[in-house]
Design a protein around this ligand. Structure first.
Ligand code: DP6
Length: 322
């Protein structure tokens, strides 16, 4: 086989990945936990062919060159090395996230690329090997390979830093209501952020404490204890942003509406609504709730000034061939 198509979902981290012990290999300084986001996906086709002379990349019908293509070729090189082939590849990718949705696409993109490219090269990799390969493209992509609720263990080395499911899709009906907060500021991407995480004096404390947070979060998910879950995801997100804000240069991703949502979410929870927030490297707020409250949460979020849209996603499956 020299052509294959795969599909993967983005994911939202509950315990965050921020900082690497090896930036090139994307070996993280701490483990992380996430859930895949159903409904949103990237679909990628890889075609290795002897008749083409360079790798090419088309995303949503737009030709990508430069750094974007280099990052894809880096994964293709790893695959060519494993499969002992040297054909160049045509990569065509589409994602269905609404434009400007502010959902990081690299996790779904590199998970789909790892699966499609390895299959197109004739390899049948295990889930763990696929997760390792996706990780080399984007750390969080390691978590978009397995289904449902996922943990990425930091591991000891290159081969054992991969992600696995801790609970299947139907384990717990959690819904992510993503409040899109408009931002005119140009953001510093995750890759640059990871590289400066160690400049914050708070990073050491965050990393040392990570096993405790992972344990609490994993248990909350396994026991479906929403109160414990909401408290730990907010705590972990606030800790990561404390590191970001105190890095050199400092990274301030929040907008005023971001903070307004934090206050509202905590008030709603205090009055009995099961909700909790978490924020990635941007201004958008992911508000997690139990499925039966999603409509109500979506409506409340839309009423907050500064919120331009709300995306709603349940728990998603793993990367798969199509
Ligand atoms: C804040 O996986 O996007 O979303 O490995 O450089 O591609 P690269 O970084 P990326 O970092 C994700 C950072 C985060 C937290 C998380 O998803 O765990």
């Amino acid at each position: 086989m020299s052509i294959a198509t795969a599909q993967a979902h983005p994911n939202i981290a509950f315990i965050k990945y921020w900082g690497n012990r090896d930036d090139n290999l994307r070996l993280p300084v701490n483990g992380s936990i996430s859930m895949n986001l159903d409904g949103l996906f990237t679909r990628t086709t890889v075609n290795f062919s002897a008749s083409i002379s360079t790798d090419s990349l088309l995303i949503n019908s737009k030709s990508i060159t430069g750094k974007g293509l280099d990052r894809v070729s880096y994964i293709l090189d790893l695959v060519r090395e494993m499969a002992k082939i040297n054909e160049k590849a045509e990569v065509t990718s589409e994602n269905n996230f609404p434009a400007g949705a502010g959902i990081a696409s690299s996790a779904a993109a590199f998970a789909a690329l790892a699966l499609a490219s390895s299959r197109a090269a004739g390899l049948t990799l295990s889930e763990a090997q696929l997760s390792v390969l996706a990780r080399r493209g984007s750390g969080s992509a390691s978590r978009s390979i397995p289904a449902g609720f996922v943990e990425w263990q930091m591991g000891q080395n290159e081969a054992d830093s991969y992600a696995f499911s801790i609970a299947p899709v139907d384990h717990w009906n959690l819904v992510d209501c993503v409040a899109i907060v408009s931002s005119s500021h140009k953001k510093i991407g995750s890759t640059e952020g990871h590289a400066i995480a160690g400049t914050s004096p708070l990073q050491n404390a965050r990393v040392t404490d990570a096993p405790r947070r992972i344990e609490i979060c994993r248990n909350a998910i396994l026991k479906k204890d929403f109160e414990a879950f909401a408290n730990i995801i907010e705590h972990d997100s606030d800790m990561m942003h404390s590191v970001m804000m105190t890095s050199n240069p400092p990274l301030m991703y929040w907008q005023s509406a971001t903070v307004e949502i934090f206050h509202q979410v905590r008030e709603w929870r205090a009055s009995g609504l099961p909700v909790g927030y978490t924020v990635d490297a941007g201004a958008n707020v992911h508000v997690l709730c139990l499925g039966e409250y999603a409509k109500d949460v979506e409506k409340r979020l839309r009423e907050i000034p500064g919120v331009s849209n709300v995306l709603v996603a349940g728990v998603g499956g793993g990367a798969r061939l199509v």
